[in-house]
Design a protein around this ligand. Structure first.
Ligand SMILES: [Zn+2]
Length: 376
Protein backbone atom coordinates (compact mmCIF):
# COMPACT_ATOMS: atom_id res chain seq x y z
CA UNK A 1 0.00 0.00 0.00
CA UNK A 2 1.16 3.54 -0.61
CA UNK A 3 1.55 5.87 2.32
CA UNK A 4 0.75 9.57 2.37
CA UNK A 5 4.32 10.40 3.18
CA UNK A 6 5.54 9.03 -0.11
CA UNK A 7 6.77 11.34 -2.77
CA UNK A 8 4.54 12.84 -5.41
CA UNK A 9 6.42 11.09 -8.18
CA UNK A 10 5.63 7.69 -6.73
CA UNK A 11 1.95 8.53 -6.40
CA UNK A 12 1.74 9.77 -9.95
CA UNK A 13 3.39 6.62 -11.09
CA UNK A 14 0.84 4.51 -9.28
CA UNK A 15 -1.99 6.56 -10.70
CA UNK A 16 -0.56 6.11 -14.15
CA UNK A 17 -0.29 2.41 -13.50
CA UNK A 18 -3.92 2.07 -12.54
CA UNK A 19 -4.88 4.07 -15.59
CA UNK A 20 -2.89 1.61 -17.63
CA UNK A 21 -4.40 -1.42 -16.00
CA UNK A 22 -7.92 -0.12 -15.71
CA UNK A 23 -7.84 -1.41 -12.15
CA UNK A 24 -9.50 0.64 -9.50
CA UNK A 25 -8.46 -1.06 -6.31
CA UNK A 26 -5.28 -0.60 -4.33
CA UNK A 27 -2.57 -3.18 -4.50
CA UNK A 28 -2.06 -4.99 -1.23
CA UNK A 29 1.13 -6.94 -1.72
CA UNK A 30 3.25 -4.42 -3.56
CA UNK A 31 6.35 -3.42 -1.66
CA UNK A 32 6.23 0.17 -0.51
CA UNK A 33 7.75 2.55 -3.00
CA UNK A 34 10.33 4.07 -0.74
CA UNK A 35 10.84 7.75 -1.47
CA UNK A 36 14.58 7.15 -1.35
CA UNK A 37 14.61 4.25 -3.77
CA UNK A 38 17.58 4.47 -6.06
CA UNK A 39 16.76 5.80 -9.52
CA UNK A 40 17.04 3.41 -12.41
CA UNK A 41 18.35 4.38 -15.81
CA UNK A 42 17.54 2.62 -19.06
CA UNK A 43 19.43 2.77 -22.34
CA UNK A 44 18.25 5.53 -24.68
CA UNK A 45 15.31 4.35 -26.84
CA UNK A 46 14.89 1.20 -24.72
CA UNK A 47 11.37 -0.22 -24.64
CA UNK A 48 9.51 -3.14 -23.12
CA UNK A 49 7.64 -4.90 -25.93
CA UNK A 50 4.18 -6.09 -24.90
CA UNK A 51 1.71 -7.91 -27.13
CA UNK A 52 -0.27 -4.71 -27.68
CA UNK A 53 2.42 -2.01 -27.81
CA UNK A 54 5.93 -1.00 -26.92
CA UNK A 55 6.03 0.62 -23.48
CA UNK A 56 8.59 2.96 -21.99
CA UNK A 57 10.15 0.98 -19.12
CA UNK A 58 9.30 3.86 -16.78
CA UNK A 59 5.57 3.17 -17.28
CA UNK A 60 5.86 -0.10 -15.36
CA UNK A 61 7.44 1.45 -12.28
CA UNK A 62 4.32 1.24 -10.16
CA UNK A 63 4.14 -2.51 -9.67
CA UNK A 64 5.90 -5.83 -9.92
CA UNK A 65 6.67 -7.49 -13.23
CA UNK A 66 6.39 -11.27 -13.01
CA UNK A 67 9.06 -12.39 -15.44
CA UNK A 68 8.10 -16.07 -15.97
CA UNK A 69 4.47 -17.23 -15.88
CA UNK A 70 2.18 -19.12 -18.24
CA UNK A 71 -1.00 -17.57 -19.57
CA UNK A 72 -1.36 -19.65 -22.71
CA UNK A 73 -0.42 -23.32 -23.05
CA UNK A 74 -1.95 -26.19 -24.98
CA UNK A 75 -4.35 -28.26 -22.83
CA UNK A 76 -2.08 -31.29 -23.18
CA UNK A 77 1.11 -29.43 -22.28
CA UNK A 78 1.12 -29.99 -18.51
CA UNK A 79 0.04 -33.66 -18.70
CA UNK A 80 2.87 -34.27 -21.17
CA UNK A 81 5.26 -32.30 -18.96
CA UNK A 82 4.38 -34.37 -15.90
CA UNK A 83 4.71 -37.65 -17.79
CA UNK A 84 8.21 -36.74 -19.02
CA UNK A 85 9.17 -35.39 -15.62
CA UNK A 86 8.09 -38.50 -13.72
CA UNK A 87 9.90 -40.73 -16.20
CA UNK A 88 13.14 -38.80 -15.71
CA UNK A 89 12.99 -37.85 -12.03
CA UNK A 90 12.14 -40.64 -9.60
CA UNK A 91 10.74 -39.25 -6.31
CA UNK A 92 13.35 -38.16 -3.78
CA UNK A 93 12.76 -38.91 -0.12
CA UNK A 94 13.48 -37.05 3.11
CA UNK A 95 14.49 -33.45 2.72
CA UNK A 96 15.69 -33.97 -0.84
CA UNK A 97 16.03 -31.01 -3.10
CA UNK A 98 13.45 -31.78 -5.71
CA UNK A 99 9.87 -30.76 -5.13
CA UNK A 100 7.80 -31.76 -8.12
CA UNK A 101 6.07 -28.87 -9.80
CA UNK A 102 2.29 -28.58 -9.71
CA UNK A 103 0.21 -31.55 -10.70
CA UNK A 104 -1.44 -31.70 -14.07
CA UNK A 105 -4.55 -29.57 -14.34
CA UNK A 106 -7.98 -31.15 -14.06
CA UNK A 107 -9.33 -32.36 -17.36
CA UNK A 108 -12.57 -30.39 -17.11
CA UNK A 109 -13.38 -28.24 -20.13
CA UNK A 110 -12.66 -25.60 -21.13
CA UNK A 111 -8.99 -25.50 -20.23
CA UNK A 112 -8.49 -22.40 -18.11
CA UNK A 113 -5.81 -20.97 -20.39
CA UNK A 114 -8.40 -20.88 -23.17
CA UNK A 115 -11.13 -19.28 -21.05
CA UNK A 116 -10.88 -15.56 -21.76
CA UNK A 117 -13.44 -14.41 -19.18
CA UNK A 118 -11.93 -16.50 -16.39
CA UNK A 119 -8.39 -15.40 -17.22
CA UNK A 120 -9.51 -11.76 -17.38
CA UNK A 121 -10.79 -12.09 -13.81
CA UNK A 122 -7.47 -13.67 -12.81
CA UNK A 123 -5.54 -10.76 -14.37
CA UNK A 124 -7.67 -8.23 -12.50
CA UNK A 125 -6.94 -10.11 -9.28
CA UNK A 126 -3.21 -10.20 -10.05
CA UNK A 127 -3.25 -6.44 -10.66
CA UNK A 128 -4.90 -5.89 -7.29
CA UNK A 129 -2.20 -8.07 -5.74
CA UNK A 130 0.47 -5.77 -7.18
CA UNK A 131 1.38 -7.15 -10.60
CA UNK A 132 1.99 -4.44 -13.21
CA UNK A 133 3.08 -6.73 -16.04
CA UNK A 134 3.31 -10.46 -16.71
CA UNK A 135 5.76 -12.23 -19.02
CA UNK A 136 4.46 -15.37 -20.71
CA UNK A 137 7.12 -18.04 -21.06
CA UNK A 138 5.46 -20.01 -23.86
CA UNK A 139 5.94 -20.26 -27.58
CA UNK A 140 4.48 -22.33 -30.43
CA UNK A 141 5.94 -25.70 -29.38
CA UNK A 142 4.14 -25.28 -26.02
CA UNK A 143 0.84 -24.37 -27.63
CA UNK A 144 1.06 -20.68 -26.80
CA UNK A 145 -1.51 -18.56 -28.67
CA UNK A 146 -0.49 -14.98 -29.42
CA UNK A 147 -4.08 -14.25 -30.35
CA UNK A 148 -5.25 -15.34 -26.90
CA UNK A 149 -2.58 -13.23 -25.18
CA UNK A 150 -3.60 -10.17 -27.18
CA UNK A 151 -7.28 -10.67 -26.35
CA UNK A 152 -6.43 -11.24 -22.69
CA UNK A 153 -4.31 -8.11 -22.48
CA UNK A 154 -6.95 -6.05 -24.28
CA UNK A 155 -9.80 -7.27 -22.10
CA UNK A 156 -7.99 -7.26 -18.76
CA UNK A 157 -5.72 -4.23 -19.19
CA UNK A 158 -2.76 -6.29 -17.95
CA UNK A 159 0.39 -5.60 -19.98
CA UNK A 160 1.64 -8.98 -21.24
CA UNK A 161 5.04 -9.75 -22.74
CA UNK A 162 5.07 -12.71 -25.13
CA UNK A 163 8.15 -14.73 -26.01
CA UNK A 164 9.62 -16.78 -28.82
CA UNK A 165 11.85 -19.82 -28.90
CA UNK A 166 11.93 -23.58 -28.61
CA UNK A 167 11.33 -25.13 -25.20
CA UNK A 168 13.35 -28.31 -24.62
CA UNK A 169 14.14 -31.68 -26.19
CA UNK A 170 10.87 -33.55 -25.44
CA UNK A 171 8.82 -30.70 -26.89
CA UNK A 172 10.80 -29.79 -29.99
CA UNK A 173 8.91 -30.11 -33.26
CA UNK A 174 10.47 -32.92 -35.33
CA UNK A 175 12.10 -30.53 -37.80
CA UNK A 176 14.45 -29.14 -35.13
CA UNK A 177 16.51 -32.34 -35.39
CA UNK A 178 17.32 -31.66 -39.05
CA UNK A 179 17.51 -27.87 -38.93
CA UNK A 180 20.91 -26.22 -38.74
CA UNK A 181 21.81 -23.75 -36.04
CA UNK A 182 21.42 -20.91 -38.54
CA UNK A 183 18.06 -22.19 -39.79
CA UNK A 184 16.75 -22.23 -36.23
CA UNK A 185 18.11 -18.75 -35.64
CA UNK A 186 16.54 -17.49 -38.89
CA UNK A 187 13.13 -18.89 -37.96
CA UNK A 188 13.21 -17.25 -34.53
CA UNK A 189 14.48 -13.98 -35.97
CA UNK A 190 11.58 -14.09 -38.41
CA UNK A 191 9.19 -14.47 -35.46
CA UNK A 192 10.95 -11.71 -33.53
CA UNK A 193 10.56 -9.23 -36.39
CA UNK A 194 7.02 -10.20 -37.39
CA UNK A 195 5.31 -10.89 -34.08
CA UNK A 196 5.01 -8.78 -30.94
CA UNK A 197 7.44 -10.79 -28.84
CA UNK A 198 9.44 -9.07 -26.13
CA UNK A 199 11.72 -11.87 -24.96
CA UNK A 200 13.29 -15.18 -25.93
CA UNK A 201 12.15 -17.80 -23.46
CA UNK A 202 11.72 -20.10 -21.83
CA UNK A 203 14.65 -21.84 -23.52
CA UNK A 204 15.31 -25.12 -21.80
CA UNK A 205 17.56 -27.99 -21.13
CA UNK A 206 15.24 -30.77 -20.05
CA UNK A 207 17.93 -32.65 -18.10
CA UNK A 208 21.52 -33.19 -19.25
CA UNK A 209 21.91 -30.93 -22.27
CA UNK A 210 21.32 -32.76 -25.56
CA UNK A 211 23.02 -31.93 -28.84
CA UNK A 212 19.76 -30.49 -30.18
CA UNK A 213 19.41 -28.32 -27.08
CA UNK A 214 22.99 -27.12 -27.50
CA UNK A 215 22.15 -26.22 -31.10
CA UNK A 216 19.08 -24.27 -29.97
CA UNK A 217 21.03 -22.42 -27.28
CA UNK A 218 23.63 -21.37 -29.82
CA UNK A 219 20.89 -20.34 -32.26
CA UNK A 220 19.10 -18.38 -29.55
CA UNK A 221 22.34 -16.51 -28.87
CA UNK A 222 22.35 -15.45 -32.52
CA UNK A 223 18.72 -14.35 -32.25
CA UNK A 224 19.63 -12.19 -29.28
CA UNK A 225 22.55 -10.62 -31.13
CA UNK A 226 20.26 -9.88 -34.12
CA UNK A 227 17.38 -8.46 -32.09
CA UNK A 228 18.61 -7.44 -28.61
CA UNK A 229 15.73 -9.44 -27.11
CA UNK A 230 16.48 -10.65 -23.57
CA UNK A 231 16.71 -14.40 -22.84
CA UNK A 232 15.32 -16.48 -19.98
CA UNK A 233 15.93 -20.18 -19.54
CA UNK A 234 14.55 -23.38 -18.05
CA UNK A 235 16.78 -25.82 -16.16
CA UNK A 236 15.86 -29.05 -14.45
CA UNK A 237 16.13 -27.66 -10.90
CA UNK A 238 19.31 -25.81 -11.78
CA UNK A 239 21.07 -28.68 -13.53
CA UNK A 240 23.46 -27.39 -16.19
CA UNK A 241 22.94 -23.76 -15.18
CA UNK A 242 26.59 -22.85 -15.67
CA UNK A 243 26.74 -24.74 -18.96
CA UNK A 244 23.83 -22.67 -20.27
CA UNK A 245 25.56 -19.42 -19.35
CA UNK A 246 28.84 -20.68 -20.81
CA UNK A 247 27.19 -21.14 -24.21
CA UNK A 248 25.61 -17.69 -24.19
CA UNK A 249 28.87 -16.04 -23.21
CA UNK A 250 30.89 -18.02 -25.74
CA UNK A 251 28.53 -16.74 -28.42
CA UNK A 252 28.98 -13.11 -27.35
CA UNK A 253 25.79 -12.61 -25.33
CA UNK A 254 26.22 -10.31 -22.35
CA UNK A 255 25.19 -12.18 -19.18
CA UNK A 256 23.28 -9.07 -18.12
CA UNK A 257 20.68 -9.94 -20.78
CA UNK A 258 20.12 -13.48 -19.47
CA UNK A 259 18.12 -15.11 -16.68
CA UNK A 260 19.17 -18.64 -15.78
CA UNK A 261 15.85 -20.13 -14.67
CA UNK A 262 14.58 -22.47 -11.96
CA UNK A 263 17.80 -22.30 -9.95
CA UNK A 264 15.73 -21.92 -6.79
CA UNK A 265 15.34 -25.68 -7.14
CA UNK A 266 19.09 -26.12 -6.76
CA UNK A 267 19.04 -26.22 -2.98
CA UNK A 268 22.41 -25.24 -1.51
CA UNK A 269 22.75 -23.08 1.61
CA UNK A 270 26.08 -21.84 0.29
CA UNK A 271 24.48 -20.88 -3.05
CA UNK A 272 27.74 -21.57 -4.87
CA UNK A 273 26.29 -21.95 -8.37
CA UNK A 274 23.93 -19.03 -7.83
CA UNK A 275 26.78 -16.77 -6.75
CA UNK A 276 28.87 -17.84 -9.73
CA UNK A 277 26.02 -16.87 -12.08
CA UNK A 278 25.51 -13.53 -10.34
CA UNK A 279 29.24 -12.80 -10.31
CA UNK A 280 29.28 -13.14 -14.09
CA UNK A 281 26.47 -10.58 -14.29
CA UNK A 282 23.46 -12.74 -15.18
CA UNK A 283 20.16 -12.95 -13.32
CA UNK A 284 19.19 -15.98 -11.24
CA UNK A 285 15.54 -17.00 -11.49
CA UNK A 286 13.74 -17.93 -8.28
CA UNK A 287 10.73 -18.55 -10.41
CA UNK A 288 8.58 -21.25 -8.84
CA UNK A 289 7.68 -19.25 -5.75
CA UNK A 290 4.59 -19.21 -3.60
CA UNK A 291 4.66 -22.89 -2.66
CA UNK A 292 6.33 -25.67 -0.73
CA UNK A 293 9.82 -24.73 -1.89
CA UNK A 294 9.69 -21.24 -0.35
CA UNK A 295 11.07 -22.33 3.03
CA UNK A 296 14.21 -23.74 1.42
CA UNK A 297 14.66 -20.79 -0.87
CA UNK A 298 14.25 -17.88 1.56
CA UNK A 299 17.69 -18.55 3.16
CA UNK A 300 19.23 -18.82 -0.31
CA UNK A 301 17.75 -15.50 -1.37
CA UNK A 302 18.95 -13.97 1.90
CA UNK A 303 22.46 -15.32 1.31
CA UNK A 304 22.54 -13.79 -2.17
CA UNK A 305 21.27 -10.43 -0.91
CA UNK A 306 23.88 -10.51 1.88
CA UNK A 307 26.56 -11.23 -0.73
CA UNK A 308 25.55 -8.08 -2.63
CA UNK A 309 23.59 -9.74 -5.43
CA UNK A 310 20.10 -8.23 -4.95
CA UNK A 311 20.37 -6.69 -8.42
CA UNK A 312 20.72 -10.18 -9.94
CA UNK A 313 17.56 -11.71 -8.45
CA UNK A 314 14.29 -12.23 -10.30
CA UNK A 315 11.14 -13.77 -8.83
CA UNK A 316 8.11 -15.41 -10.45
CA UNK A 317 5.91 -18.49 -10.05
CA UNK A 318 5.96 -20.32 -13.41
CA UNK A 319 2.18 -20.44 -12.96
CA UNK A 320 0.62 -23.34 -14.82
CA UNK A 321 -1.73 -25.12 -12.40
CA UNK A 322 -5.44 -24.35 -12.68
CA UNK A 323 -6.07 -25.56 -9.15
CA UNK A 324 -4.13 -22.50 -7.93
CA UNK A 325 -6.39 -19.98 -9.67
CA UNK A 326 -8.32 -17.53 -7.49
CA UNK A 327 -11.36 -18.96 -9.26
CA UNK A 328 -10.59 -22.31 -7.62
CA UNK A 329 -9.80 -20.89 -4.20
CA UNK A 330 -6.06 -20.66 -4.81
CA UNK A 331 -3.59 -17.78 -4.53
CA UNK A 332 -3.73 -16.84 -8.21
CA UNK A 333 -1.14 -15.53 -10.63
CA UNK A 334 0.49 -13.10 -8.19
CA UNK A 335 1.29 -15.74 -5.57
CA UNK A 336 4.93 -14.72 -5.72
CA UNK A 337 3.82 -11.38 -4.27
CA UNK A 338 1.18 -12.60 -1.85
CA UNK A 339 2.88 -15.77 -0.54
CA UNK A 340 6.65 -15.62 -1.13
CA UNK A 341 7.44 -11.94 -0.62
CA UNK A 342 5.89 -11.82 2.89
CA UNK A 343 8.27 -14.63 3.91
CA UNK A 344 11.20 -12.49 2.79
CA UNK A 345 9.81 -9.54 4.75
CA UNK A 346 9.56 -11.76 7.82
CA UNK A 347 13.18 -12.78 7.26
CA UNK A 348 14.19 -9.13 7.34
CA UNK A 349 14.51 -8.10 3.69
CA UNK A 350 14.04 -4.34 3.41
CA UNK A 351 11.23 -2.81 1.34
CA UNK A 352 13.71 -0.95 -0.80
CA UNK A 353 15.47 -4.21 -1.66
CA UNK A 354 12.17 -5.91 -2.50
CA UNK A 355 11.18 -3.00 -4.69
CA UNK A 356 14.46 -3.33 -6.55
CA UNK A 357 13.97 -7.05 -7.13
CA UNK A 358 10.27 -6.99 -8.04
CA UNK A 359 9.91 -3.69 -9.88
CA UNK A 360 13.33 -2.62 -11.15
CA UNK A 361 15.18 -5.86 -11.95
CA UNK A 362 12.56 -7.22 -14.37
CA UNK A 363 12.38 -3.88 -16.17
CA UNK A 364 16.18 -3.78 -16.47
CA UNK A 365 16.02 -7.32 -17.84
CA UNK A 366 13.18 -6.72 -20.31
CA UNK A 367 14.08 -3.25 -21.57
CA UNK A 368 15.87 -3.43 -24.92
CA UNK A 369 16.66 -1.19 -27.87
CA UNK A 370 15.04 -2.84 -30.90
CA UNK A 371 17.21 -3.47 -33.93
CA UNK A 372 15.71 -2.43 -37.24
CA UNK A 373 17.23 -4.92 -39.62
CA UNK A 374 16.23 -8.56 -39.85
CA UNK A 375 19.69 -9.42 -41.13
CA UNK A 376 22.15 -11.29 -38.96
ZN1 LIG B 1 7.83 -22.04 -17.43
Amino acid sequence: MLHDSQCQAARLTRRELFGLLGAGAAAVALPDLAAGAKPIEFPKKAIIRTVLKDLPPESLSGGATLFHEHLSLAPDFMPRWMAYFRAQNPPRGGNGAATPPPAAPPSSEPYFMQDLDLMTDEMHAAAKDGAACIVDGGHPDMGRSLDFLKKLSTKSGMPIVASCGYYSQPFYPPEVASMSEDQIADELIRQAFNEPVGAIGEIGTWDVMTSDERKVFRAVSKVHLATNLPIFTHTNFGKGAIEQLDIFESMGVSPSRVVIGHVGGLVDPEVKVHKAICKRGAFVGFDRQGGAGDARQVPMVMALIDAGYADNLLFAADFSNGQQLKHNGGPGYAKTLTLFVPKLRDAGVKEETLHGILVDNPRRFLAFVPKKSAKR
